[in-house]
Design a protein around this ligand. Structure first.
Ligand code: ADP
Ligand code: MG
Length: 456
């Protein structure tokens, strides 16, 4: 169903709201984007019309990815984007013939680019991510001193954002520096092409020699790929010896990474490793407000209890939090736009969402780990780590014990869930807790409190 024109205008305003904060170049924003408009959203295609030939060229060559991302954010849907000029519009009414322009080509990693919308300025800093944020800023100013900087966290907590922010900050302070952002999958693909001889002339290693900042995302996907790993190992060493900066992200700390060569893992541990934890409510609400502004809305239009509700129901993953926010904004636009975003409206936007209305009581090991961590004032990463201080070991043992008793998982399964521990380790931990529970009052109290919270 085609989207109606007044809705198109509202959606385009949301897109502009995002672009206003993400595109640094004020003149470009004012003279090229603002005069453009969203012509249609239909059949998976979005058509944006510019007011001149030049504007069409500039926007489609350099800004189509950013515009596409802002549009995705506004609509929560994937559209393939065509940018055409007013004149083209007149010439051809059959808009489906208009395709995207090919992007510029580079010998390796041709499609890699830094996302301008991820900056340090729009990264909300709180207790959960302060260490990672500070380390990220540090490496932009002290290239090659801490190699690598290794940032790890669960999904959706800002690792990719920080990587791009590092790249953008480096480029802003010195445009001559070469920054490469890639995922470890990009690296694997390029390596395979290279080995097959598809890429031409220049060797992969020579290419990397010219890079000053290598930002490599989601290194865990290098697991189980020994020859790619070896190539990466060589490139890594070369860059470190030249004092180039390497920043790596992953879903686990170096010591918990599985399926990677030991020598690679030990290199990863050489620099600085920092984790990002789940944000506290205050930070979540701050992030929400930042995103609302970036979408071109005024955060004061949101009732405080509406914001709290969104934050509380989407606290584990900021990508999900953003999705929820966009859904609410889009819902508001498409259901006739009320002046204020109230708690009722928010609930209505999620009324038919099964995932969101999921009954409590669907316990997972993650929830248990989270509760135990909170109880002992530890982080989830500490529980999942291999650290053996008394308190952390005990908390870990309790988490295993509760997983065994409340979820009926096998010792082997629990071992796997807790970062690849042997089933005998889990068994010993459970027995230890069992024994303590008989005599130790603190243990009795801890178990009682935790069990009642988890069963609630
Ligand atoms: P990860 O790479 O850890 O899975 P991302 O960096 O992709 O997570 O973050 C998911 C989304 O959440 C992104 O849109 C990012 O901008 C946003 N986000 C995460 N942390 C913050 C933060 N502290 N402030 C603002 N936005 C954040
Ligand atoms: Mg990521």
């Amino acid at each position: 169903m085609p989207v109606k024109s007044d809705q198109l205008t509202k959606i385009w305003n949301m897109v502009l709201g995002t672009l206003e904060t993400t595109i640094q170049d004020r003149a470009l924003y004012a003279n090229f984007l603002v005069p453009s408009y969203l012509y249609s959203l239909e059949g998976g295609k979005a058509i944006v019309v510019t007011d001149s030939e030049i504007s069409q060229k500039i926007l489609s060559q350099d800004y189509s990815a950013v515009i596409g991302a802002a549009l995705k954010k506004a609509t929560q849907s994937d559209y393939s984007l065509s940018i055409i000029s007013q004149d083209d519009m007149k010439k051809s009414k059959t808009s489906d013939q208009i395709g995207l322009r090919p992007t510029e080509s580079r010998s390796f990693f041709a499609s890699s680019y830094l996302k301008p919308e991820y900056t340090f300025e729009n990264f909300v800093v709180g207790k959960s991510n302060k260490n990672a944020f500070q380390a990220a800023v540090y490496v932009t100013k002290h290239q090659g001193e801490m190699n690598p900087l290794f940032i790890y966290s669960k999904s959706g907590l800002g690792k990719t954002h920080l990587l791009h922010a590092i790249g953008n900050a480096v480029k802003a302070s010195n445009p001559a520096l070469k920054v490469l952002y890639i995922t470890s999958d990009d690296f694997t693909d390029e390596f395979i092409k290279f080995v097959k001889g598809d890429s031409d002339k220049e060797s992969l290693k020579d290419f990397f020699r010219s890079i000053d900042f290598l930002l490599i995302d989601d290194i865990q996907f290098l697991a189980g790929k020994p020859s790619t790993g070896t190539m990466f190992f060589n490139i890594f060493n070369m860059l470190v010896s030249q004092k180039k900066q390497i920043v790596i992200t992953s879903d686990h700390s170096p010591s918990q990474l599985e399926g990677l060569e030991d020598r690679l893992v030990s290199r990863f541990s050489q620099g600085l490793s920092v984790s990002i934890e789940k944000p506290e409510k205050k930070t979540l609400i701050e992030i929400l407000k930042t995103k609302i502004k970036a979408d071109g809305f005024d955060p004061t239009l949101f009732d405080e209890d509406a914001l709290e509700y969104i934050a509380e129901n989407n606290s584990k993953n900021i990508r999900v939090l953003e999705g929820a926010l966009n859904r609410i904004l889009f819902f508001n636009v498409s259901s006739g736009n009320t002046d204020r975003i109230t708690l009722e409206l928010v609930k209505l936007a999620f009324a038919d969402d099964a995932e969101h209305n999921k009954k409590p009581g669907q316990l997972t090991a993650d929830i248990i780990i989270e509760e135990v961590a909170k109880y002992y004032n530890l982080t989830e990463s500490q529980i999942m780590s291999k650290v053996r201080t008394m308190q952390i070991s005990l908390a870990r043992a309790i988490a295993m014990y509760l997983t065994r008793n409340l979820m009926n998982m096998s010792y082997a399964q629990i071992g796997k869930t807790f970062g690849g521990k042997d089933h005998t380790t889990v068994l010993a931990a459970c027995e230890k807790v069992d024994n303590l529970a008989k005599n130790d009052d603190n243990m009795k109290k801890a178990l009682k409190t935790l069990e009642s919270q988890l069963k609630a």
